[in-house]
Design a protein around this ligand. Structure first.
Ligand SMILES: O=C(O)[C@H]1O[C@H](OP(=O)(O)OP(=O)(O)OC[C@H]2O[C@@H](n3ccc(=O)[nH]c3=O)[C@H](O)[C@@H]2O)[C@H](O)[C@@H](O)[C@@H]1O
Length: 420
């Protein structure tokens, strides 16, 4: 306190250069700091250097300058090379002018300039949203994206998905799970959106058809809106169901399909067709980067136990989805196994690989069920360099082991998507 009074007395006296005993210069302070009768103690005037060195002012000034420079550098935009370099150079110059920490920061700034990331922070992977990421195909995709070093946010309402499918990522700082229904808007800062959320098995999508079509239409609109807002690339997992009960065989992507618009499967088939339409309209109208995959029936570990779909492809689709997202082609692309077999042949494979005593029953087909479907995958082969690799007799036992593990509680680690 005494020190600060002295300082003030000195400054006022010095600035105004008052005569000794000047009331404006000293008298006021005398009243504040001393009794009116007491004489102020003699304080020799401080030179500018002494003033600077007193009470660690220099240290505070230097620390202040260093912090200001650091904040300035951190606030520099991470994209746009010219601007960032200017900022970096300017920051380093200021630090050099301040005569401190130049060694410490200049190296960092140089590293940052080369790596296009400020302050030499390690370049991070992509921020990716996977809607429906707790589902069968989605959870395998999440495995692959995390293994690649991306940060993954799963958005799933767990209608048919299961937390257990992604539980092995709990504790991974690059993984987040958000329980959210895509029919409600959501705002996330991301680079890529894989939009898979939708019940995919007839058992599930027929359960609440209105909700199924709402998920396909409103859910897709919401995710496209998000992609547009944050400038993310958007991939839609559509389905072979868009071909309906096809009149062309095998199906090429240019085939428009044969879908009953008012049938019991329409909520899914027409829902996915509308989702494709919306995706292309955002692409054409809003310049959004989009990708469309048409997935043909898939099977493998983590498939819902009551899924009920006829199996045809192991989860190699995940590889195809990633290639599509990273490539330059919008699609749509058929992703599926062109190997054809009748239901009877399939039943026999099940007998051979799982249970020789399994009984085969013949039942009438369900309404609007397609009679024949086989993807033409020439386009995926040529433009994505993708084709499925695991034949049914090899893939089926892997899925069966997974079902056994889950039903009988034998939790052995099993093979996951992508190694096929
Ligand atoms: O083969 C296909 O054509 C389908 O493949 C996948 O579906 P799949 O993984 O086989 O099915 P599920 O295991 O049921 O996964 C769907 C996921 O979406 C989630 N979901 C479903 C409905 C909903 O309203 N919101 C939502 O997040 C489910 O909880 C689940 O995690 C894709 O998720 C579908 O979009 C695609 O149409």
């Amino acid at each position: 306190m005494a020190g600060s009074s002295s300082e003030l007395i000195y400054r006022r006296g010095h600035d105004a250069q008052p005569a000794a005993g000047d009331v404006d210069g000293c008298g006021v302070m005398a009243a504040a700091g001393y009794s009116s009768s007491a004489k102020p103690p003699h304080k020799p005037p401080l030179g500018p250097l002494r003033y600077l060195l007193a009470e660690q002012r220099l240290v505070f000034a230097l620390v202040g300058m260093a912090i200001a420079s650091l904040v300035f550098l951190l606030a520099a935009p991470s994209s746009g090379n010219g601007g960032r370099h200017e900022v970096m150079d300017g920051g380093a110059a200021r630090l050099a002018a301040a005569g401190l920490a130049v060694r410490q920061y200049s190296g960092v700034a140089a590293a940052a300039a080369g790596a296009r990331v400020p302050l030499g922070l390690k370049k991070k992977g992509l921020r990716v949203v996977v809607t429906g990421g707790a589902g069968f195909v989605g959870s395998h995709l999440v495995d692959r994206l995390l293994a690649r070093g991306d940060s993954v946010m799963v958005v799933d309402n767990l209608f048919t998905g299961r937390k257990e499918n992604v539980l092995h990522h709990a504790g991974n700082p690059n993984f987040e799970m958000i329980r959210h229904d895509v029919v409600e808007p959501i705002l996330l800062e991301v680079d890529q959106i894989y939009h898979l959320a939708c019940p995919a098995s007839p058992v599930h999508y027929k359960h609440n058809p209105v909700k199924t079509i709402k998920t396909n239409v409103v859910g897709t609109l919401n995710m496209l809106g998000l992609a547009k807002r944050v400038g993310a690339r958007f991939l839609l997992t559509s389905t072979s169901e868009v071909y309906g009960d096809p009149l062309q065989h095998p199906q090429v992507e240019t085939y428009w399909g044969n879908v009953n618009p008012i049938g019991v499967r329409s909520c899914y088939d027409e829902g996915k067709r509308t989702a494709e339409t919306l995706t292309m309209d955002y692409h054409r109208g809003a310049n959004l980067e989009v990708r469309i995959a048409r997935i043909f029936n898939t099977y493998g570990p983590r498939m819902c136990i009551d899924d009920g779909r006829v199996v045809s492809n192991f989860v190699a689709q995940v590889e195809g989805l990633m290639k599509l997202m990273e490539g330059e082609h919008v699609g749509p692309f058929n992703l599926g196994n062109p190997g054809e077999f009748t239901m009877l042949e399939l039943a026999k494979v099940v007998q051979d690989t799982i249970d020789p005593n399994a009984r085969i029953e013949f039942r009438p087909n369900t309404a609007d069920d397609p009679h024949k479907r086989k993807p033409d995958i020439s386009r995926a082969k040529e433009l994505l360099g993708w084709e499925p690799k695991i034949p049914l007799h090899k893939g089926l036992p892997l899925m069966v082991q997974d079902f056994r593990d889950r039903i009988f509680g034998d939790h052995k680690p099993h093979s996951v998507a992508g190694d096929n």
